[in-house]
Unconditional design. Structure first.
Length: 496
C-alpha cells in the first residue's frame, strides 16, 4: 500500500524526522495504519488530505503517538538544571524579570520540566516567580506528563531522600506530589509547525530543547532553531542536549557558566546573514574530515561521520600505534550510535559484553561512557588501569582530569589536563580545560597561555578528537568560547 520511501517522506512532512533505515518496518506500519484510518487507498490520496490544516494536525498527533521515542528520566544532565536554577534564573531576578518563563520543548512524559520544578523548589524559589511550560507533539505523552506517575527506572537518578520527599507511592509507580505538579503546565505543540511555538504565551526567557534535534532532518533543524529564537526574549538562553550542541546555528552564540554550556540568542543586529547550505562531499562524510569544510555543515552528514570517526578513538599523537590493540573496522559503530543518542546505559551494556584489556580502544570508550553516566569512581578506576599500561595516553589523562574535576579536585584536574596537553601539544581540548581551571583559580597568565594555545590548535584538531571529547560542540563553537574567555581576562601584563 505504501513504499518505504513514501512512508519516510510523510514522516518528514508531518514531524520533520529524518529517515532511519533501522526503523523502516515500524514507520511503514504506522503510516499504513493512518492510511486505513483515513480510508485512503494510496499514499498520494493520504498526502492530499494533509493539505487541510485540521487533518494535518490530527495526523501529526496520531503519528507522533506511534513513532516518537520517549526515553527519558528525572534529573537527566543535572549540570544543566543546576545552571538554570543557580545561574540563569537568579540573573534574571536581578534584572527584575518576574515571572521568569521557561519552555521545555519535547518534554515527553514531563521528567525534565518536573525535574526543574523540583530543583527550583529545593532552592527556595516560590512557584509564582517561575512559570514552566512543557510542550510535546504527542498527546498521549502529554497526558502521561499531567498524571505525573513514574517508575523506579525513571527515578533512578533521584536521590532516595528526594524521592521520599517529593513522590508518593502509587501501586508499582511513584506520583509526584501536588505542590510540584502545580508548578508546570503542559500543552501539545509541534516544533516543525510554523506557529506552534508562538501560540503559547511567548516570549520565553529560557528554552530547553534536549535530544530532539538529533531526530530531525537538516531543514527541520534549521527551521526549529529559527522558531526557538523567535520565541525567546533578546539574550534568551537555549539549552540543547549533549549530542546536539554543534547544531545551534547562526541565531545563537555559546556561553559557559558553572561548568556547563548554553546558547544565548543573538540580537537581530548580531545575527550573521544566512548562508546557503553546503553539501558535504561523500569523501569528507565517509572519512569524518569535518574540519576540512567551514560554515554550516549538514547535521546528518556530521552525525554519520561521528559514527565512523569514533571507531578510531585514539589520536596517533597520543601514543605509539604499536601500543594499541586495534578493533576490527566498524566494530564499535553500534556502541557509538548509542552514545550519539545519549543512551549511555545501553552503550555500557553493549560494550561490556566483550572483554578488552586496558590497551584497547574499547577500554577508552568504556571510560568515556562511565564518565557520561556520572559513575566517576568507576570511570576513574578504568582510566587509572589504562594509564598503568599506557602512561603516555593523552586521552586517558584528559578523562582523569574530567573525573577529578567532577570530584572538585580542581588543582589535580588542572594537572591532568596539563599532562594531556604536554603529551599531545595539539590537543586543544586539554589546553582549553586547563585554561578554564587556571582562570577559576585566579592564575590569569597561565589561563591566558593555555587558552591562546587551545585557540591556535582548534583549526587543526582532529575531527575524531572533537567528536569524542568535545562534548558535542563544533570546532567553531569551542574556538568562540576560547576567544570569549581570553577577552574576559583582559590584556596581558605586557599590555598586549
Amino acid at each position: 500500500m505504501i513504499t518505504e520511501a513514501q512512508a519516510f517522506g510523510l514522516l518528514e512532512r508531518l514531524l520533520g524526522f529524518r529517515a532511519e533505515p533501522t526503523r523502516a518496518v515500524d514507520v511503514v506500519r504506522a503510516l499504513e495504519e493512518r492510511l486505513r484510518a483515513r480510508a485512503c487507498d494510496s499514499a498520494e490520496a493520504y498526502e492530499r488530505l494533509l493539505d487541510d490544516r485540521q487533518v494535518r494536525s490530527e495526523e501529526t498527533s496520531a503519528l507522533a503517538d506511534r513513532v516518537t521515542v520517549n526515553e527519558t528520566y528525572f534529573l537527566r544532565e543535572s549540570a544543566q538544571l543546576e545552571l538554570v536554577v543557580e545561574e540563569l534564573v537568579p540573573r534574571l531576578f536581578e534584572r527584575g524579570v518576574e515571572p521568569v518563563r521557561v519552555l521545555s520543548v519535547g518534554c515527553s512524559t514531563g521528567d525534565e520540566p518536573y525535574g526543574l520544578a523540583l530543583r527550583l523548589h529545593e532552592a527556595g524559589v516560590e512557584r509564582e516567580r517561575v512559570e514552566i511550560l512543557g510542550v510535546d507533539v504527542s498527546p498521549s505523552v502529554i497526558a502521561r506528563a499531567r498524571r505525573a506517575q513514574y517508575s523506579d527506572w525513571a527515578l533512578r537518578n533521584v536521590a532516595p531522600a528526594l524521592r521520599a520527599r517529593y513522590f508518593e507511592r502509587d501501586g508499582k509507580s511513584h506520583r509526584l506530589i501536588e505542590e510540584l505538579r502545580q508548578r508546570v503546565r503542559f500543552e501539545v505543540a509541534n516544533l516543525v509547525e510554523d506557529d506552534a511555538m508562538t501560540s503559547h504565551g511567548a516570549p520565553f526567557d529560557i528554552a530547553i530543547c534536549r535530544n530532539l534535534l538529533i531526530y530531525l532532518t537538516p531543514e527541520a533543524i534549521s527551521d526549529a532553531l529559527a522558531r526557538l529564537a523567535r520565541v525567546l526574549t533578546p539574550d534568551g538562553a537555549l539549552l540543547l542536549g549533549h549530542a546536539e550542541t554543534q547544531l545551534a546555528g547562526p541565531c545563537f552564540e555559546v556561553e559557559e557558566a558553572r561548568g556547563a554550556f548554553y546558547f544565548r540568542r543573538r540580537s537581530a543586529a548580531q545575527s550573521p546573514a544566512p548562508r546557503a547550505r553546503r553539501a558535504v562531499p561523500q569523501r569528507l562524510a565517509a572519512a569524518g574530515e569535518l574540519g576540512a569544510a567551514t560554515g554550516w555543515l549538514e547535521p546528518i552528514a556530521r552525525s554519520n561521520a561521528r559514527v565512523h570517526a569514533l571507531a578510531a578513538l585514539v589520536s596517533p599523537n597520543a601514543e605509539p600505534v604499536a601500543a594499541r590493540t586495534s578493533e576490527p573496522p566498524g566494530a564499535l559503530d553500534d556502541i557509538v550510535e548509542l552514545i550519539r543518542k545519549e543512551r549511555f546505559a545501553d552503550a555500557l551494556t553493549r560494550i561490556e559484553t566483550t572483554a578488552s584489556d586496558g590497551r584497547s580502544e574499547r577500554s577508552l570508550l568504556r571510560a568515556a561512557i562511565l564518565t557520561n553516566l556520572g559513575r566517576t569512581t568507576d570511570a576513574r578506576g578504568a582510566v587509572e588501569v589504562r594509564l598503568e599500561l599506557l602512561p603516555r595516553c593523552a586521552f586517558a589523562h584528559y578523562l582523569l582530569g574530567v573525573c577529578r574535576e567532577s570530584l572538585l579536585e580542581l588543582e589535580e584536574a588542572r594537572q591532568s589536563y596539563a599532562r594531556a596537553a604536554e603529551l599531545d601539544p595539539t590537543f586543544a581540548l586539554a589546553h582549553l580545560r586547563e585554561g578554564l581551571l587556571a582562570r577559576r583559580a585566579g592564575q590569569k597568565e597561565a589561563a591566558r597561555r593555555a587558552l591562546a594555545t587551545a585557540l591556535e590548535h582548534f583549526p587543526k584538531q582532529p575531527a575524531r578528537t572533537l567528536l569524542l571529547y568535545g562534548g558535542g560542540f563544533a570546532r567553531e563553537t569551542l574556538a568562540s568560547l576560547c576567544r570569549a574567555e581570553l577577552n574576559a581576562l583582559g590584556p596581558n601584563q605586557a599590555g598586549r
